[in-house]
Every structure is written in C-alpha cells, then in structure tokens.
Write a protein that binds this ligand. Structure first.
Ligand SMILES: [Fe+2]
Length: 170
C-alpha cells in the first residue's frame, strides 16, 4: 500500500475530478492558501501536512452530493465528502487517527461551529479566501468587512484577507 504523501493525494484528486478544471483549480488554490497560512502561523510540519491533505479533498463530495441528493448544499457535500475521502484514503498506509482527522475535516469544512473543535480554522479560512475571489463576494467595502468579521480570525488569515480585499475602513 502507498504511503500518504501530499503529491500522491493530489494525483488522486486530479483523477477523481478529471475534466473538471474548475474544481481542480479550486482545490489547488485552497491548498496553496492552506500552505501559506499554515506556514505563517507556524503550525509545524505534521499539522500542515494533514491540513494540506484535507484541502486537496475538501470538496471531493460535491459530485456525489449532486448525484445522490441533487444538491451540493453543505450538509450533503460534507456527508458524501467524508465518505469519498474515506474511500480514497483507504488506499493509503497511514495512521488511523490521521485518516479519521482528514475525513472529519472534509466532513466539517462548511460548518463554522465545528471549525475550532476540529482544528480546521486554516482550511476554513483558505476555502473562504478562494470562494470570495471566485464568486467576487467582496464587491464593496461593506461586503468585505462583513465577510472579514464573520469568517476570519487567525492573524495570518486576516493578513491575507486584507492584502486581497482591502483593510477594514478606519
Ligand atoms: Fe471549497
């Protein structure tokens, strides 16, 4: 069985989303911000690797949520995502606690109330940075301020947010 490596998991994700360049690009962007924020926050190598794996897989449940439930609403994609992530990770020789952590991170990444308990604040903020860019959600200073206050609290997440979308008005 293969050993868990970020690059191998990336190939699995590319394969799973083959042909869907938007989803592939989204996962790559979230991975990149996760890596940046984790490095700036000094999480340490182990935590960063787990966060990177979770970032690669975070939206893996969307196709199955659409197929089974006809909707990619957060509860459906979290549920199916946790399952599909488990299926993909089953191909790896890895620590059981790590496997469960990544699965549960995928299964909670849209649930603000679970972010702190699961230790996935960096993934949550990285996903929001990318969603805000892709969907142009920070179209006005007021909209940016609202998003900043609602979803961001890590010093490095806030720093990146302010570079991308402008600092809060004085
Ligand atoms: Fe996402």
């Amino acid at each position: 069985m293969k050993r868990l490596e970020v690059s191998r998991l990336m190939l699995d994700m590319l394969e799973y989303h083959r042909g869907d360049f938007h989803r592939i690009g989204h996962a790559q962007k979230v991975l990149d911000f996760v890596r940046l924020i984790a490095e700036l926050e000094g999480t340490g190598e182990k935590a960063r690797k787990l966060l990177e794996c979770a970032a690669i897989l975070h939206d893996i449940g969307i196709p199955e949520a659409l197929r089974i439930h006809g909707s990619s609403a957060p509860p459906f994609q979290e549920r199916e995502g946790e399952r599909v992530a488990g299926e993909i990770l089953a191909g790896y020789d890895m620590d059981e606690a790590d496997r469960r952590w990544i699965r549960e991170a995928v299964g909670a990444h849209h649930s603000p109330e679970k972010v702190e308990a699961r230790g996935i604040r960096i993934l949550f903020e990285a996903d929001w940075l990318v969603n805000i860019m892709e969907k142009k959600l920070a179209a006005s200073p007021a909209a940016a301020a609202e998003l900043r206050g609602r979803y961001f609290s890590s010093p490095s997440g806030l720093r990146v947010f302010d570079i991308l979308f402008g600092p809060p008005e004085p």
